[in-house]
Each structure stands twice: as C-alpha cells, then as structure tokens.
Design a protein around this ligand. Structure first.
Ligand code: ATP
Ligand code: MG
Length: 559
C-alpha cells in the first residue's frame, strides 16, 4: 500500500522501534482492532484501524480483527457484517479468520476459576446500589464486601451455580480480590462476571454469565499472542487491571497496552450510542446516511478509502487529546478527488437558452477531456445544439460589479464549446425568466473571439442530449462546533436543517446516463458528486450525492 510509505512516524512506532533496538521486543508485532458490534464504525474508528493495521504493516506483522462481543443485548450480526465490510473497504486485511472474544468464553471461564482457586476472586452478593456505596469515591477508600473472605470452595461452587443458571440476573457477581483502598477505583475489587440471561449472536444460549470487558480484553489479547494492545486514553486507568489479570492467571503471554488520544472532530458526533439515536429516532436515513460520520455513510457520500487513510496520516497519533477541524477531512477528499475524479457538466437549475443563429436540425459533437490534467483518463463527448441549458444562477439582468457570468448583451464561453451573447430575456406571465435568446459566435470553438472578450466561462448541457438527474446536496449534519458538549441542550437540537437539500430536475451531460460508481465526478464549478446506487435504482434516474463542494465556504463563513 503506497500511502503507508509516507506515513509520519508516530510515538507508538517509535516505542516499538526502541524496544526492538534494545532487544526488549523480539519476534513478530501483532496488533488487533477490537470493535464492539453494537453499531457501525465511524471516522474515529478509522483512526484506530489505520493505527493498528498501519503498525502491523510497518513492522511486517499482523493485525487481527476481533469482535469484542461481551454485551449480547446490544450486539448483532448486522453490525458484525457492516464492520467487516468497512475494514476491508478501507483497504486492510486482517490476520487469519475474524475472531470473537466469545471464542474464548470457555478459556475465560477457566481463568476465572483459576483466580477463585488462588483466592484472587470471590462471588459477591451485594446489590448494585450497595456495591456502589462500598466502592468509595476518588477521595475516600472503599470498604471490603462482607463476602470478600468467603471460603474458596464456596465461591467456586457459587460461581458454577451462576453458570448453571441457578441465580437470576443481578443476584451474584464474580469479583477480583485486589484492593478496596486503591487510589485507582478500577482496582477496587472490579466485577469479572455478571449474570445475563440473553441469547448471544455467536454462542446462542450456551451462557447465562458473561465476562466483563476488563477481564475479557487482556485474556483475548493474550490468547491471540497480541504484542501491542493499542487503545484510547480512557483505558489508561484500566491498564493496572489489564496487567493484574494477566499476572495472576497462567497467561500464554503478556501483551503491552499503549494508549493514544481519541479522534474528536468538530461539527461531528463520534459516539456509536449517539449515532444510533440519530438512526433510531429517524433524524437520518440509516447508519449509512451520507451525512453520517460512519465509514459506510462516508462511502455512500463519495469519500474514498485513500482520502480517509490520508486524513488519518495527517492527524497523526499522540497522547494529547484535542479536536480536529472537520475541514481537514474535507480537504483530504478534495485533494484526492481533484486529481482523480472524472469531470462532467451538470446544470443544477436549468434555464433554457435558444441559439437564434444555430439551425434547429443541426447538432455537433464536441470532445472534452475526462480530466484536464490527465490525458490518460481519456475523452468524453457532448452535443452542441440549438437549445441548451445553463444554470439560472449564471444569469442576472443587472450584473453587479465584477460579474463573471452572463447578463444582457454580454458574452460568455460555454465550457468546451462556443462563445455566445445574450440578446433577449423571455418571461412567463408571472414575470419569471424562462428563456434566454442568445447568439453564438461560430468562430470561437477553441479560439478567442475577435474584437470582444467573453465575460467568463459557464457550464451547460444540450437540451436534446442530456439526462435528468436528482441531486442530494449534503452539508454538515450539525451546525454547532461541538454538538454534544453543550450541557443545556440535546445534541439533536444542533442538527443543521439544511444538511440535506434535494434538487430534482437537474440535467447532466449524456454520458451520465450510466454513471460511474467507483469514483465521484467533479461537476464543473459545482463540486464533487457520487452516484447513489440505491437511490438511482429506486428513482429510475441517476441520483447523485454531493460529496463536498469545491471550496470550503463554510469555514470561511464561520471565521
Ligand atoms: P463508541 O464510543 O463510539 O461506542 P467505542 O470505543 O465504545 O466507541 P469500540 O467498538 O469499543 O467503540 O471501538 C473499537 C476500537 O476503536 C477501540 O480500540 C477504540 O478505542 C477505538 N475507537 C473508538 N472511537 C475512537 C475514536 N474516536 N478515536 C480513536 N479510536 C477510537
Ligand atoms: Mg467500547
């Protein structure tokens, strides 16, 4: 993967290099990406994916894909399938088969019994409320549970009874016996197992007890021979527990947990729980709504895997949190598409133009490059005819100063075609402009006119040889820089009411009757637009999603 070769050094890479140089690390580097299948992946996950797969690639190692599936009620096969598709689409190949933490439930259970047998775990019958009270606070130490010193055999029997379905949800839990006075609350006898009567998408009804994340994760890492377990900063305080688990069981190896800062993007939500709310409450049209910061939403909008990987390179990996400007993500896709997107013309709000001096029965085929800077991308054909369409916004009757488009008695060049001059404005009964009568200059194809200067270049299509398309003009989903940080409002209150503007009746050049589905187009002077295959099928005509405008007008307006 060529993009990786220019990847900037990050601190994790340096740590591993140092460890290798000092002989502290030998053998393969193995990382993992461990999503919980309780939603679709978002742009924050892309950072973690690029980091984990990138590190493995840098050191010639492997990265596993492991579903961290210990909460069966919130998880589903739909999410598993979507996550696999997204990781592959980003261009990564995981080591071996897809893995599941649930693959290790038997082993995790045995390790729990091992801890009990060693006197390092016990079955506790405090209620959730009591447990919270006994836990203490950041300022005060916790108190020992009255069940803490119950005999090993009794805990072992109770734990087996929990497994065998003899207790109800919440009646008993298995806890690690660490230190109720620890300044780190995570070490105050954390819960290792709880009772949950829930069917699991992988293990069915085999289990009615499920291990907690903090117990599952280090064991799963060790079972897979993970060498570097990279996670986000909120797990820093969990690291002593991660290490405690592995030090107190007969673990096959001791992976090293290293934390990095989460990606926060302004104008964006990166929490699966909140994104799920947008879906469940109908604020968006599903997880892959093109306004969603999900990988699948970005894919449908026209983001390329390359642009997302480049963005992840640009933001880097570090320990310090902070918020990244979403303008950077938009910059990454613009840069990628600027060099790769095929060009086409699409008139968003068609205004009829009749060329009074061009014969009604004549047409000409004009040949334009698919990409002006890249001849290898080939050529395309458009038709010149008596009736054309230009965009309503490219004509005004009273032009302001420095107007660079069409106005009465002024001339413009039609992109790739001839120069024409506006001679007459036709209105309907309500006074609305419905047509322009223009004169074209036959001596101006590819050459400047003699004696006068056109006022600019506008895009156009032929009336006879263009296709009707629908346009979804997408904008940022939120109009608040930090939609979920405002304590006095609900983040959904900050949804941008203009995040989707639908335009029907736009007209595109004829080649778009069967649009490309691998890359967005640059609709000249408008922006980048990607064919929505799903909507195209249901509409019976091409539907395009605006990926991004040509220029970042939002950023400029806001500053
Ligand atoms: P969410 O809060 O959206 O539910 P999560 O951390 O609970 O996120 P997981 O499925 O557990 O979601 O995440 C899988 C991996 O992706 C984890 O290692 C997690 O640290 C990482 N990750 C999640 N969100 C981000 C983010 N915003 N930036 C970087 N990494 C992230
Ligand atoms: Mg999580």
């Amino acid at each position: 993967m060529s993009a990786e070769s220019k990847k900037a050094h990050n601190f994790i890479q340096s740590l591993i290099e140092d460890a290798i140089a000092k002989g502290e690390h030998t053998g393969q580097v193995v990382t993992r990406f461990p999503p919980e299948p309780n939603g679709y992946l978002h742009v924050g996950h892309a950072k973690s994916i690029c980091l984990n797969f990138g590190i493995a690639e840098t050191f010639g190692g492997e990265c596993n894909l492991r579903f961290d599936d210990t909460n069966p009620e919130k998880e589903s096969q739909e999410y598993i399938d979507a996550i696999k598709q997204d990781v592959e689409w980003l261009g990564y190949t995981w080591g071996g088969d897809v893995r599941y933490a649930s693959d290790y439930f038997d082993a995790i259970y045995d390790f729990a019994e091992e801890l009990i047998t060693k006197g390092k775990a016990y079955v506790c019958a405090l209620t959730a409320d009591q447990m919270a009270e006994f836990r203490g606070s950041l300022k005060t130490p916790g108190r020992d549970s009255p069940y803490r010193d119950r005999p090993i055999d009794e805990s072992l029997q109770l734990f087996r009874d929990m497994r065998d379905g003899k207790y109800q949800n919440g009646e008993l839990v298995l806890r690690a016996k660490i230190d109720m006075a620890s300044p780190n609350i995570n070490l105050r006898d954390p819960i290792l197992y709880r009772i949950r009567y829930a069917d699991h998408h992988q293990t069915g009804d085999k289990w009615c007890i499920y291990p907690m994340y903090d117990f599952t994760h280090p064991i799963s890492d060790a079972m897979e021979g993970i060498t570097h377990s990279l996670c986000t900063l909120e797990f820093e305080d969990h690291r002593p527990l991660y290490d405690w688990v592995l030090e107190n069981i007969t673990a096959p190896c001791q992976p090293r947990q290293i934390e990095f800062a989460r990606l926060n993007l302004n104008y964006t939500i990166t929490s699966k729980r909140k994104l799920k709310r947008l879906v469940d409450e109908g604020f968006v049209d599903g997880w892959n709504d093109p306004r969603m910061p999900t990988i699948s939403g970005m894919r449908r909008r026209g983001y390329t895997p390359e642009s997302i990987r480049t963005f992840c390179d640009m933001i880097g990996v570090n320990k310090a949190g902070g918020t990244v400007d979403v303008g950077m993500l938009e910059h990454a896709i613009r840069e990628d598409l600027n060099t790769r997107a095929p060009r086409a013309m699409c008139v968003m709000r068609p205004l009829k133009v009749t060329l009074t001096n061009y014969p009604a029965d004549k047409t000409e085929t004009l040949v334009l490059p698919v990409h002006p800077q890249n001849p290898d991308m080939g050529e395309r054909e458009v038709t010149w005819s008596q009736t054309l369409y230009i965009d309503r916004e490219d004509f005004v009757e009273e032009p302001p100063r420095k107007w660079k488009r069409l106005a009465p008695d002024q001339a413009v060049r039609l992109r790739g075609g001839y120069v024409m001059t506006c001679r007459e404005v036709i209105r309907d009964d309500s006074g609305e402009i419905v047509e322009l009568k223009c004169e074209y200059d036959p001596n101006t194809l590819g050459v400047n006119p003699e004696g006068y200067k056109p006022n600019g270049v506008v895009h156009w299509v032929s009336a006879t040889d263009s296709v009707e398309v629908d346009i979804n003009q997408y904008d940022r989903l939120f109009n608040h820089e930090s939609p979920d940080s405002d304590k006095d409002s609900d983040f959904v209150d900050h949804i941008n009411p203009e995040s989707l503007v639908r335009l029907s009746g736009a007209r595109a050049e004829k080649g778009l009757v069967a649009p490309r589905t691998d890359l967005p187009y640059q609709f000249e002077r408008e922006g980048y637009f990607f064919c929505d295959q799903e909507l195209t099928e249901s509409a019976g005509r091409p539907v395009f999603n605006r990926t991004v405008t040509l220029r970042d007008s939002w950023g400029k307006g806001a500053k």
